[in-house]
Design a protein around this ligand. Structure first.
Ligand code: PRP
Ligand code: URA
Length: 207
């Protein structure tokens, strides 16, 4: 299931990050800002435990997060979202999945994986700006599950119905959070209108 984060503050920033005239410095800043807002929403149902805190006046009944949060950026573009979620959850642990889409087949190719042990029993959040065909996200979820993860969510900036459908068909319990659910994919399997090649725009590697 996919949840659209339709808040005006997110949509305003999305309008700027989509703009082809936005350069890589501002693109990176916006990726961080948008990620923080989306993750704020995505984390609204994480388990909490009651704690009693002594204020200068009296004892207050409070709640603290009661799960290990493990953030898993998909290399390389997912790293552009890491700072945003770490600003929100500074104690989060970080795992990595290295994947790229083969330019001809559009299928994901895995080249790296490294996870903290807390993926077992913790809450895993896969981050990647683009969920297009969904192949990369499904491969990342497969890897996490093979390594013992059970509680997984996905945070992206832009997705589309085809990608959502693939994730739902393979991993129906995994919730997707996005700032935009766009129309479709083009012949090159890019999201339309999307925002282009997220990795290139983040790191200034486009021509
Ligand atoms: C992009 C993006 C996703 C993937 C999405 O990465 O960051 O990981 O494509 O496409 P999919 O849903 O069709 O699998 P890319 O392969 O361009 O690698 P990069 O992050 O290294 O630029
Ligand atoms: N990867 C991107 O960076 N952008 C897309 O639209 C699809 C895949």
């Amino acid at each position: 299931m996919a949840e659209l984060i339709d808040h005006p503050c997110v949509q305003h920033k999305l309008a700027i990050i989509r703009n082809e005239e936005t350069g890589h410095k501002r693109f990176r800043e916006l990726a961080t800002e948008i990620t923080k807002f989306i993750c704020y929403e995505a984390l609204k149902n994480v388990p909490t435990r009651e704690v009693i805190v002594q204020t200068p006046v009296a004892a207050a009944t409070c709640r603290k997060i009661d799960t290990d949060i493990v953030v898993v950026p998909i290399l390389r573009a997912g790293v552009g979202m890491l700072e945003g979620i770490l600003e929100l959850v500074p104690t989060a642990r970080v795992g990595f999945v290295g994947l790229y889409r083969d330019e001809t087949t559009k299928q994901p190719v895995t080249y790296y994986e490294r996870f903290p042990p807390q993926i077992r029993g913790g809450t895993c959040i896969i981050i990647d700006p683009m969920l297009a065909t969904g192949g990369s996200t499904v491969a990342a979820i497969d890897l996490l599950k093979e390594n013992g993860a059970e509680n997984i969510m996905v945070v992206c900036i832009v997705t589309c119905p085809e990608g959502i459908a693939l994730v739902e068909s393979k991993h129906p319990e995994v919730r997707i959070y996005a700032a935009a659910i766009d129309d479709s994919l083009n012949d090159n399997k890019y999201i339309v209108p999307g925002l282009g090649d997220a990795g290139d725009r983040l790191y200034g590697t486009s021509n």
